[in-house]
Write a protein that binds this ligand. Sequence first.
Ligand code: GLN
Length: 309
Amino acid sequence: MTDNPSALDDVPNRPKLKDCVRRMAHALERTSDAPWIDAQRLAGLATGMTTAQLIAHGERQLDIATHDQLKGLLARRAAGEPLAYILGNAGFWRYELSISTAVLIPRPETETLVELALEHLPHDAALRVADLGTGSGAIAVTLAAERPAWHITATDIEPSAIAIARTNADRYELRNIAFRVGDWLAAIDQEYFDAIVANPPYVAEDDPHLADPGLAAEPRRALVAADHGWADLKLIADQAPAALNAGGLLMLEHGLSQGPYLQSALEAAGFESIETLKDASGHPRVTRGYLTNLRRARCPRFGRMDSAS
Ligand code: GLN
């Protein structure tokens, strides 16, 4: 077992495809949870072949240029660069999304948020749904694609993230997403929603996992929040009532221990039927509440007294 990035160096000049893939998989055993998949995807990137083609043509000899390219890709992955950034692509729900280091790599736990939103909201109504801090657009694109009747507004403070999210909306020819650049609710001043969802940064500044090469490659601003990871969750909970219609839903992804705190924050902000729900790994991951009584008059930022009740 080795994580030597030059594992391909001692392969004969015209190596067979299957030997390259095998050597790469061995070289990635310590870096990756799925070294064979990584090796196949990197070989696919260099050769333009699907995994099925790689297997079918395993005896084919690589040309030197492709072999050199594979060495470079292997070195990046062995140094801890996430596969998704190397490929420029990540799977989420049943979609393939373009990504770059401007955005977080979409995560399976965020599919829980999507699943709950799809389950809990009426399917065929012309709902207005905001996805705050959309990043790659994973949440917004999935909701828009799965629920063509809904109107999605996706925001992000980073124009470079909005550019990626737009690419992903275009990739699936979605016409029911609008994009806004801005900081949380400030991006959507004077618009009102039936639901607001978000996967904000919630990792504490001193979380030791941030040193992992994979996490270190991701945009810190999308991961880390001030006040031990609470700041953005709290801000969204406080601001959301001003942008929700009566009966509106707020649903936020959060870290494993943040549920009770977020429940209190939602309660203080006037939400009801508050509940923390588990992700597929059984971890408390998403907290939601409904805004039964509008209290917009108490939120000067939006200042629409006429629609307060
Ligand atoms: N779930 C992510 C992680 O722990 C964090 C995502 C986020 O901060 N929104 O890596």
